[in-house]
Write a protein that binds this ligand. Structure first.
Ligand code: PMP
Length: 402
């Protein structure tokens, strides 16, 4: 009898299972609206031209070698990443009470953050939105958190943020609870609080002494403007919160597989920096020793070189505007077809995803009958749509709904 005999097969990860099913499907009309990655209007992955050129320059640079990076990563990358999210004129940066450590993309930033909060700050209560990116629960549960809560976020009938529900649930949280907030382009709903609503959330979190952990996976990718997408984070920093920001460069640089990420720590004063930094170093050392350099070198070079940074701004604008065009097109086609229901939420939502409001049965029809792959919650990746397939998708949604 094998020592492995009692290992039970775990559940499939929905998003990857759907992508596999899509690959295995031989229907010529098939469409993948599940996985969270950008696609061009031709349905292809996109290497940002500024990234491609930077890769070439790095590859031919004789001064670059493959020595280990420091445990907390490439300094020029972490400082540029921290500045990107907090803003060059951030009071926290001026007062030297913010710094970053490099992580294995956004997921790794969340995991290192969770480990630190659990081990060092003895936190055991975490709140994430309902719905949220499903990995939030897993990351905190795997770290050891035993009090995992969700807060209301989405009003399915009105297809908009349920601020009242959110505030009521956060009001029940014990002081010190970790509250995961999506910095922008909430995944999966595509619905963010307005500035006024963020103020109410901050008021409550300040009063209840709750700890904000911003998950920032879409800065710049959402609106095309990195400053605009960082508004909420900067607002909380300006109000004096101590907080964490988990940054991913997967979407906004198209560096999905390179795992470039950063964990930004904002403190009340810089006196706590060295101790925090040393503990983060130990957490990373015991997890994966040190991070990969490739993606971080690219991001660092681009963000720290004004002309390249400008070029990158053009790239994020073109990605975000293509998504907005697809939102408009899908909404107009559904309205034209007279599909029952209102579809304004598709254009009101922001970022990569739209929470369509389609129910599980309608999703089943789309997958089985039309070979259109999407999550059972009705979340679609807007980037999977293009001028070649949007008519087909709109007609299929119409048929599934009627
Ligand atoms: N947070 C959210 C909300 C996300 O959508 C994602 C990517 N799907 C991530 C974090 C992390 O992604 P990555 O680890 O690829 O940077």
């Amino acid at each position: 009898m094998s020592i492995y005999a009692d290992v039970k097969k775990g559940p499939a990860i929905e998003v990857f299972a759907l992508t596999q099913a899509f690959k295995d499907d031989s229907n010529p009309n098939k469409v993948n609206l599940s996985v969270g990655a950008y696609r061009t209007n031709e349905g292809q992955p996109w290497v940002l031209p500024v990234v491609r050129n930077t890769e070439k320059n790095i590859a031919s640079d004789e001064n670059i070698n493959h020595e280990y990076l420091p445990v907390t990563g490439l300094d020029t990358f972490t400082s540029a990443a921290t500045q990107l999210v907090l803003g060059a004129d951030s009071i926290a940066l001026k007062e030297k009470r913010a710094f970053g450590v490099q992580t294995i993309s956004g997921t790794g930033a969340l995991r290192v953050a969770a480990e630190f909060l659990y081990q060092q700050l003895k936190r055991n209560d975490v709140y994430y939105s309902n719905p949220t990116w499903e990995n939030h629960h897993k990351i905190f549960a795997d770290t050891g958190f035993t009090k995992l809560h969700s807060y209301r976020y989405w009003d399915q009938n009105k297809r908009q943020l349920d601020l009242k529900g959110m505030l009521a649930d956060l009001d029940q949280a014990v002081p010190g609870s970790v509250i995961i907030l999506h910095a922008c382009a909430h995944n999966p709903t595509g619905s963010d609080p307005t500035q006024e609503q963020w103020k109410e959330i901050a008021d409550l979190m300040e009063r209840k002494k709750l700890f904000p952990l911003f998950d920032s996976a879409y800065q710049g990718f959402a609106s095309g403007d990195p400053d605009r997408d960082a508004w909420a984070v900067r607002y909380f920093v300006d109000r004096g919160f101590e907080l964490f920001v988990c940054q991913s460069f997967a979407k906004n640089f198209g560096l999905y597989c390179e795992r470039a990420g950063n964990l930004t720590i904002v403190q009340k004063n810089g006196a706590t920096r060295d101790a925090i930094h040393s503990q983060l170093t130990l957490i990373i050392r015991g997890s994966y020793s040190n991070p990969p350099a490739y993606g971080a070198r690219i991001v660092s070079k681009v963000l720290n070189t004004p002309e390249l940074r400008q070029e990158w701004m053009g790239c994020i604008q073109s990605m975000s505007s293509r998504i907005r065009e697809m939102r408009q097109a899908l909404r107009s086609k559904l309205v034209e077809l007279g599909t029952p229901g209102t579809w304004d939420h598709i254009v009101n939502q922001i970022g990569m995803f739209s929470y369509t409001g389609l129910n599980e049965q309608q999703v089943r029809i789309l997958i089985d009958k039309y070979h259109i792959y999407l999550l059972k919650t009705g979340r679609i990746n807007m980037c999977g749509l293009n001028t070649g397939n949007i008519d087909y998708v709109a007609k299929a949604i119409h048929a599934a709904v009627t």
